[in-house]
Design a protein around this ligand. Structure first.
Ligand code: ZN
Length: 226
């Protein structure tokens, strides 16, 4: 039997998780909005006809004047989804590379990835000044413009799942993605195994190979398929 590159990298496979609504039982932008009374603005931007990346830019502007500390405090106010920690620990134990691909902010994603001992985290870079104050600007990883993805989000999860898989020397067949929302759809399409966790709408549900209500089901699905 010919060994694949995935096995040469020493990992059994690679699993990318969305953050808000998938690892976190809530959304960071709402926790931040509650700190500056901006929930209505966030909702109106989210429901606007702007492209995804334009929405990300507009929402980030709302946090100007908050500090890095405020952001981490907001992050800590959101509980992890049930079995999130147990699921990540099990996947690591079975030899999977695990990480987060999110259109949230690097400060939060890297912090959560570090708490959970994950291998990678991709997100918008939230630009802060020398005093640790949020400027309202973000640097967006994008990627859809390079692969022709229709998502037009600040983080094209399809593109970044492929980049991360390449970095770990893994083909698409050794990748899995777990998400719940529209911005996860292109990542679900890219992954070898796509899992919708408590999907927010029918479209997300229909794009996934598996629909689960308990995050730990990810472990069982991957052990049988990846
Ligand atoms: Zn995309």
């Amino acid at each position: 039997m010919q060994m694949s590159e995935a096995y040469n990298s020493g990992r059994r496979g690679l699993v990318a998780f969305d953050m808000d609504g998938t690892l976190l039982d809530g959304r960071l932008v709402f926790a931040l909005a509650d700190r500056c009374d901006a929930r209505e603005e966030v909702i109106s931007i989210m429901e606007s006809t702007l492209h995804g990346y334009e929405r990300s830019k507009a929402i980030a502007m709302l946090w100007k004047g908050l500090s890095k500390y405020d952001l981490l405090e907001a992050l800590h106010s959101i509980p992890l989804c049930i079995n999130a920690r147990k699921t990540i620990e099990a996947l690591k134990g079975y030899g999977y590379a695990v990480g987060i691909i999110s259109d949230s902010y690097d400060l939060a994603v890297e912090h959560l990835a570090s708490i959970l001992g994950m291998d990678f985290g991709i997100a918008n870079k939230l630009v802060c000044d020398d005093d640790g104050m949020i400027t309202g600007r973000i640097e967006m990883p994008l990627g859809w413009e390079r692969v022709g993805c229709r998502c037009m989000n600040s983080v094209c999860k399809r593109f970044h799942l492929k980049i991360i898989a390449d970095r770990f020397g893994m083909g698409r067949e050794h990748t899995a993605a777990v998400g719940d929302s529209n911005n996860d759809i292109c990542m679900l399409e890219q992954a070898g195994i796509s899992i919708a966790y408590r999907p927010k709408n029918l479209e997300v549900k229909e794009r996934a190979m598996y629909v689960i209500d308990d995050l730990y089901d990810v472990v069982d699905i991957l052990m049988n398929n990846l």
